[in-house]
Ligand binder design. Structure first.
Ligand SMILES: Nc1nc2c(ncn2[C@@H]2O[C@H](COP(=O)(O)OP(=O)(O)OP(=O)(O)O)[C@@H](O)[C@H]2O)c(=O)[nH]1
Ligand SMILES: [Mg+2]
Ligand SMILES: [Zn+2]
Length: 300
């Protein structure tokens, strides 16, 4: 399954030919990356069966839109120096990847924006420290060696590109596949007008041998994590997880308990400004806010 357009989808056969298919009932609702069995009906087709998935990434946001992709090798969370990224949304995307058991890397685009870039890069320090690959990017400058470093990480993999609107996801597809001609959003001309913004998730082959795949997706504003249990959360945040090993209670929420390894680390950090390998105040705030949110009864 290589694309979704509302109710119908595009399916690619092993020989590379593509055709429009319609799901047959709820059970055959497929997402990009799914392997499906389909039956021809004239020049279109119906999806008869979705084969078992190796993994599935999903989110649910306030307006209830779900986006999915399945059978991924990795997720690239692409953010940029402008628009300024929300750390909370970045953290949520990474938590969703951990929950789905999918490797994630982070790239910060628009290196040409000088001080804005430097500031954004500094905000990513906790993510480097907790073990994520965080790569600089300059997609506007095709000769920049940092781009080549990222492209190497994509080789031979199936990668879903996730990120807020305007970070350069479609620009990345165009840089990797010169013939793709994906429409990109020129924010300078049409700020927030939604012009040429990506509206559907689409699979692209990077090489003619079809060994490297990259999946473009619409930008997200909200990254809902309704499927994560609050007590699961600490295990999905590597920096919190590392300190939670020391908690006195096995069911510690890391919010108020005595003998909590996470709270102890925060107190230490407050005294010595940059003790490495610890938990930043913004990360802990994100943890506690998310814990609270996920503990509320579902609003929908
Ligand atoms: N300054 C600068 N601008 C860039 C760079 N890379 C991409 N852009 C611009 O950023 C804008 C948004 O790029 P897109 O590729 O459309 O962003 P997107 O992530 O696909 O956005 P959505 O489809 O809305 O989710 C465009 O105007 C690009 O030309 C860069 O390295 N530097
Ligand atoms: Mg796009
Ligand atoms: Zn604790």
């Amino acid at each position: 399954m290589v694309a979704t357009h509302g109710r119908h989808v595009v399916v690619e056969s092993p020989d590379g030919t593509r055709r429009i298919c319609h799901p047959r009932g709820k059970k055959s609702l497929a997402v990009v990356g799914d392997q499906v069995l389909w039956l021809a009906s004239q020049d279109e087709g119906t999806i008869e069966k979705v084969l078992p998935q190796r993994n599935l990434l999903h989110r649910q946001d306030e307006i209830r839109t779900k986006q999915f992709a399945a059978n991924l090798d990795q997720v690239l969370v692409l953010i940029a120096a402008r628009p300024e990224f929300s750390e909370s949304q970045l953290a949520r995307a990474l938590i969703a990847c951990e929950a789905a058991g999918i490797k994630a890397l982070v790239a910060l685009n628009k290196k040409d924006l000088g001080e804005l870039f430097e500031r954004a890069w500094a905000r990513l320090a906790p993510y480097r420290d907790m073990g994520y690959a965080v790569l600089p990017l300059a997609l506007k400058d095709s000769s920049d060696p940092d781009n080549a470093a990222l492209f190497r990480q994509l080789q031979g993999q199936t990668t879903l590109v996730l990120g807020p609107s305007g970070s350069g996801k479609s620009t990345l597809i165009n840089a990797l596949i010169p013939g793709a001609l994906v429409q990109t959003n020129e924010i300078s001309q049409a700020l927030n007008s939604g012009k040429h913004t990506t509206t559907s998730t689409t699979w692209y082959w990077v090489d003619p041998e079809r060994t490297t795949a990259i999946i473009d997706s619409p930008g997200f504003q909200e990254f809902g994590l309704h499927h994560v249990e609050p007590m699961q959360l600490a295990q999905l945040m590597p920096d919190i997880k590392a300190q939670a090993q020391d908690c006195k209670f096995y069911n510690c929420t890391h919010l108020h308990e005595p003998g909590c390894g996470v709270l102890a680390t925060l107190q230490l950090d407050a005294k010595s400004a940059d003790s490495p390998g610890k938990i930043s105040s913004s990360r802990y705030r994100i943890y506690s806010e998310l814990f609270e949110q996920l503990s509320q009864p579902q609003r929908y």
